[in-house]
Write a protein that binds this ligand. Sequence first.
Ligand SMILES: Nc1ncnc2c1ncn2[C@@H]1O[C@H](COP(=O)(O)OP(=O)(O)OP(=O)(O)O)[C@@H](O)[C@H]1O
Ligand SMILES: Nc1nc2c(ncn2[C@@H]2O[C@H](COP(=O)(O)O)[C@@H](O)[C@H]2O)c(=O)[nH]1
Length: 197
Amino acid sequence: MAGPRPVVLSGPSGAGKSTLMKRLLKDYEGVFGFSVSHTTRKPRPGEEEGKDYHYTTREAMQEGIDNGDFIENAEFSGNLYGTSKSAIEDVRAQNLICILDVDIQGVRNIKKTDLDPIYISIQPPSMEILETRLRDRQTETEESLQKRLEAARQDMELSKEPGVFDVVIINDDLDKAYEELTAILIDEIKKVQEVKS
Ligand SMILES: Nc1ncnc2c1ncn2[C@@H]1O[C@H](COP(=O)(O)OP(=O)(O)OP(=O)(O)O)[C@@H](O)[C@H]1O
Ligand SMILES: Nc1nc2c(ncn2[C@@H]2O[C@H](COP(=O)(O)O)[C@@H](O)[C@H]2O)c(=O)[nH]1
């Protein structure tokens, strides 16, 4: 595929992927575009259809998966999530760096495609801090929180496997983590800025 290299952000739920990504999208407007995933989970307060996710039903999503509309999909914490081919095409048609926010299953499945992204794992400093962040976010029931913490334990182990990620960023201090992220992406950012100038 031609154009700038996409970026996959992964890591446990609550590690800070969306926080870092939103800052990137704001600071580098016209450089990055978010690949809007589909999900069967309900929208959280403040989330918008078509901006944060495409909210759908399990039946409709399964039909799309069966039709080959998705490059990857995964079951996470009792819901289906997936990246549609058109979500990526929409961003790439605008010559933007496509950012995907996916779980570890998504990483493994994207590796089987020809997308060739930069793989970045965002990790929390510890399980204790992750739990505090997830609880403070107030988006989960106790049941979904426990499921996310269990998935996080597995994610934190898998992210240590050599070769899975190009870079692992520990999101302790937010500003430092953001600096690390922009430093990794600066060459791709410059390429897009040069084309647009
Ligand atoms: N470095 C940080 N220090 C303290 N709090 C943080 C830091 N980074 C993110 N947070 C907070 O932690 C919470 C989880 O962050 P965020 O929602 O970005 O995680 P996420 O990885 O995108 O989670 P999910 O995968 O569930 O969408 C948010 O309330 C956010 O404000
Ligand atoms: N494999 C995929 N994982 C995805 C996708 N979109 C989001 N996610 C991951 O799901 C969890 C939970 O997200 P939340 O918004 O409910 O907190 C998180 O790890 C995301 O990275 C996707 O399209 N495919």
